[in-house]
Structures are given as structure tokens and as C-alpha cells.
Design a protein around this ligand. Structure first.
Ligand code: NAP
Length: 493
């Protein structure tokens, strides 16, 4: 099977050639039915860099067969053993961070520094859950009438299906795989078609860390809906965990109703970034750079709407435009590059369309706003001032390096504007007043809030949203509960 399209240089070809481009089922690498494959592109050039196995419905079923077969033995494995596998995998990822980061940059486009940061963040979920594996506890209580004893214990949910997006090819996987391994669940993982290579490399690494066969199975496919639906409807599957867009999440919740699956949904966002009149503007601009430019804006947590008090909006917009306008754009694997391409042409067109719409409804472009010539799917860091709340960017996830600035005149208006969206993943607020910060974070309808900080992601904290941003939490002490069922035993005396 051709792996390398021949456009890569030196170490780039080696890291791509080091990936098994096949399906990983029952501990074995194998071709898809009929040896079918699909192409993986480098978004900075549009060139094919690899071909990976294109699973059929039967291949998908074989992966679930393997997960089901491995489940009961795996559930009985001593927790310490499961924890040690995760710990070893954390160490292997950390030792190979440079190669994994390069692989991720090649298939996804983000700069190497960003890929390295994701590798560290993604590995941390394995370390965190290696420590949680040995803390799966129950309770013991005397019933109020004194006649019985109430015991609770936690047991693995059972075989899980994990569907992940392209924007964080490693971390969106490890924050599901880590707790599932810790809890004693087996799994089928379906990485995004645009970025399957990092997950295939991770499967190899988990095998090296000692994960028994059948516990993790990886299926890559270009017929996603067709291959996933029968698995979701298969009565042997017990849980679906999905990270991706809200429309796909809605569809998958419907499909999960048939098997009454345990479901976790990490969906889209439309994060407000609030800057109050008493904010420290240096901190706010630093925070904005992180909240907007991390992952080139291709993050569910990316600040989507900058809501700034009218008295500081001009100054904030000017300073943000200066910083964003000075960033260097280029192929992610080149030294010093801070802004890589967007993941595909469609994503870039959508960003360009949102900017045109904002300008047509009255916004001023402070920096950026022009699509550069090809190759690659680049879009420059862009700041828009005086944006109307009627512009599409107020409602839609931008998923690119565009910062629209809206204004407000009172705290009440700021909170009302922040909550005026179907989404509720994260919000950021900058103020030097503790009392205002408390009023604001209590009033925001989101699963997470960053006060005077532009990043909230942390493996030790419960990540997740409310409203159309989904339900369930990943990371923190809560993360493992998504993979455990509580059983209550009544013990009569
Ligand atoms: P997407 O189109 O929903 O795809 C996500 C995953 O779902 C991919 O693996 C995709 O496979 C698969 N998929 C697509 N259609 C499917 C179907 N009918 N049945 C089963 N699986 C299906 O989202 P995306 O564009 O990759 O990711 C961006 C979205 O993810 C944004 O909305 C972002 O906010 C959200 N996100 C949320 C979080 C969070 O934690 N809340 C984190 C990261 C991203 P293919 O690749 O083969 O299409």
C-alpha cells in the first residue's frame, strides 16, 4: 500500500512512513475489505501524504466484535495494572513528542509549537487517569430504618465507541481512551478522516505499553455514517462518546436512543470573551491571543465573540490587531511559524464568507481579511471592529483566526449578549473586580469559565458544555465516571 505521496522531506517522510496505515483490530494490523484506502492531505500544500485503510461496514463490525470479546477479561484486570499501562503510555508519548508533533503538523497543519503543546496536553490525560484507575470507590451506609445496609460499587460501562474530530488529533482521543482504560472498558475509536495518522501512531504506542489485544481497536473510513450507524445500533455497544459538531452530535443522539446508550457529547461552541472597563488590558490582550489563536482558532473553546465595554473597545481592538497582524504565517513544520493553514479548503471558504458578511453588515477590518494566493488553505489573523450583533459571526462558530469585536455598555447587557447563543461551552471574562467576576461567572450559561485567563483546558478539570455544546465531562475526577455504572446492593441483616 502506498504510504508516502513523495512530497515530504527527510524526517517528515520517516515519521509518516512509520505509521501503520491499516485498521487495528483485535491487536492486529490489517487491510480494509477489498484493500480499499483513502488519501490524507497536508493542508499547507494540498498534497497527498499518505493513504490509509478505508473500512467497510463489515470491518467496523469486526472491530466491535474484538472489543466485545475482550471486555470481560479486561474488566477483571487489577486497576493497578490498567494504571501502569497508562503511565507507560504517557512516558512513551513524552519520549516521542517531537516525532508525534511533526506527524500531527503534517496532517493537520498547525505549527509545530502548537502540536508539541497538544502532545503534552494529550499525554497528561494518560498520566491523570493512570492515577484515577486505583481510586474507583464505592460507599457503605446504614439505611435510615437501620434494617439494611446500602452498598454502592462502580463497574465498567462496557464496550464504547469513540468518534473524534480533526482539530486535536491526539488529545480528543486520549481524554476518552484514558478514562476508558482506567475504568476497564474496551473500545472502538474512529478518528477524523482528515487526521487519522496520529491516532494510528497512538495505537502502536499503547500496544508497546502493554495494552492487551482487543481493548483498543481503531477504524479509519471515508464512509463514516454508513460504518458508524450499525455499530451505534448494535445491542452489544454500551456507550457512545463523541466530540465534533452539534449537527452530527444531534444525529448520533437519535441513533443512540435505540440501544439506550450511555452518551457523552462534546459539541460546538460560540465562546464569548468579555472585557470589562476595569480590566487590565495587557492581561486581556494576552488572554485574547491565547483564546483566539490557540490552534489557529480551530478549537471549540476559541473565543468567537469579543464583547468589550464601549469605553475600552477601541484600545483593545487596536492592541489585538497589532499583535495578531504581526504573526508569521506559513507551513507548520517550518521554524518560527505561528499560524499554519486551516484544515481544508471548505473551512477556509467558510471563514472568508463570515468575514465578508460581517463587513457587509458594518464591520471595519483592522487587520487581515484577505485570502492569500495558494497553495494551501491559509487565512490571515483578522480583527474586525464595530461588528453588528446581526452579523453571522455572532451566532456561528468561526473556527478560524478571526476576532470580531462587539461593544456593550453595562454588565447586564454583557451577560445577556454572552448568553444569547444556543451554545454553552466556555466563556472568558477579564475584570480586576472580584465581586464583578463572581456575578459574571454565576450568570454565564456555560460549562466552563476562565477569569483573567484565555485557556481553561486542563486534564485535572472537568471539561464540557451545556445547552447545544453537549453533556458529559472529560478530565478531572468526573471524567472516569462517564465510563462507570453505579451498582447498588441492598444487604438485609
Ligand atoms: P464533525 O464533522 O462533526 O466530525 C467529528 C467526527 O464525527 C469525525 O470523526 C467525523 O468523521 C465524524 N462524523 C461525521 N459525520 C458522522 C456521522 N454521520 N456519523 C458518525 N460520525 C460522523 O466535526 P469536525 O468538523 O471534525 O470538528 C469540529 C467540531 O468539533 C466543531 O464544532 C468543534 O466545536 C467541535 N469540537 C468540540 C469539542 C468539545 O470538547 N466540545 C472539542 C473539539 C471540537 P469524518 O472525519 O470521517 O467526517
Amino acid at each position: 500500500m502506498p504510504v508516502n505521496g513523495g512530497v515530504l522531506q527527510g524526517r517528515e517522510s520517516e515519521v509518516v512512513a512509520g505509521v501503520h496505515p491499516q485498521l487495528f483490530i483485535g491487536g492486529k494490523w490489517r487491510d480494509a475489505e477489498g484493500q480499499k484506502t483513502f488519501a490524507v492531505e497536508d493542508p499547507s500544500t494540498g498534497e497527498t501524504i499518505a493513504h490509509v485503510a478505508d473500512a467497510s461496514v463489515a470491518d467496523g463490525r469486526a472491530a466491535l466484535d474484538a472489543a466485545v470479546e475482550a471486555q470481560s477479561d479486561w474488566a477483571r484486570t487489577p486497576p493497578r495494572e490498567r494504571g501502569e499501562i497508562l503511565r507507560k503510555a504517557f512516558e512513551l508519548i513524552t519520549a516521542r513528542a517531537d516525532d508525534l508533533a511533526l506527524l500531527m503538523t503534517l496532517e493537520m497543519g498547525k505549527p509545530l509549537s502548537e502540536s508539541k503543546a497538544e502532545i503534552a496536553y494529550g499525554a497528561e490525560f494518560f498520566r491523570w487517569f493512570s492515577e484515577e484507575a486505583v481510586r474507583i470507590n464505592g460507599r457503605y451506609a446504614v439505611a435510615p430504618n437501620g434494617a439494611t445496609r446500602l452498598l454502592t460499587l462502580k463497574q465498567p460501562v462496557g464496550p464504547c465507541l469513540m468518534i473524534t474530530p480533526w482539530n486535536f488529533p491526539l488529545a480528543m482521543g486520549t481524554r476518552k481512551i484514558g478514562p476508558a482504560i482506567a475504568a476497564g472498558c474496551t473500545m472502538v475509536v474512529k478518528p477524523a478522516g482528515l487526521t487519522p495518522l496520529t491516532m494510528l501512531a497512538l495505537a502502536d504506542l499503547l500496544t508497546e505499553a502493554g495494552l492487551p489485544e482487543g481493548v483498543l481497536n481503531v477504524v479509519t473510513t471515508s464512509s463514516t455514517g454508513e460504518v458508524m450507524e450499525p455499530l451505534i445500533r448494535d445491542p452489544r455497544l454500551r456507550k457512545l462518546t463523541f466530540t465534533g459538531s452539534t449537527p452530527v452530535g444531534r444525529k448520533l443522539i437519535e441513533q443512540s436512543a435505540e440501544g439506550i446508550l450511555r452518551v457523552s457529547m462534546e459539541l460546538g461552541g460560540n465562546a464569548p470573551f468579555l472585557v470589562f472597563e476595569d480590566a487590565d488590558l495587557d492581561k486581556a490582550v494576552d488572554g485574547a491571543m491565547l483564546a483566539k489563536m490557540r490552534n489557529v482558532g480551530e478549537a471549540c473553546t476559541a473565543a468567537n465573540r469579543f464583547l468589550v465595554h464601549e469605553s475600552v473597545a477601541d484600545e483593545f481592538g487596536r492592541r489585538l490587531a497589532e499583535r495578531m497582524g504581526a504573526m508569521s504565517i506559513g507551513r507548520g513544520s517550518e521554524d518560527g511559524v505561528e499560524v499554519g493553514p486551516l484544515v481544508e479548503g471548505k473551512a477556509r471558504d467558510k471563514v472568508a464568507e463570515l468575514v465578508s458578511d460581517a463587513v457587509e453588515t458594518g464591520a471595519t477590518v483592522l487587520t487581515g481579511g484577505e485570502v492569500p494566493d495558494g497553495p494551501g488553505y491559509f487565512y490571515p489573523p483578522t480583527v474586525l471592529a464595530g461588528v453588528s450583533p446581526d452579523a453571522q459571526v455572532f451566532r456561528e462558530e468561526i473556527f478560524g483566526p478571526v476576532a470580531p469585536v462587539f461593544t456593550f455598555s453595562s454588565d447586564e447587557e454583557a451577560i445577556r449578549m454572552a448568553n444569547d447563543t444556543e451554545y454553552g461551552l466556555v466563556a472568558y471574562a477579564f475584570t480586576e473586580s472580584l465581586a464583578r467576576a463572581v456575578r459574571v461567572y454565576e450568570g454565564l450559561e456555560t460549562g466552563m469559565v476562565g477569569i483573567n485567563q484565555g485557556v481553561v483546558s486542563n486534564p485535572a478539570a472537568p471539561f464540557g458544555g451545556v445547552k447545544a455544546s453537549g453533556f458529559g465531562r472529560e478530565g478531572g475526577a468526573e471524567g472516569i465516571d462517564e465510563y462507570l455504572e453505579v451498582k447498588y446492593v441492598g444487604l438485609a441483616l
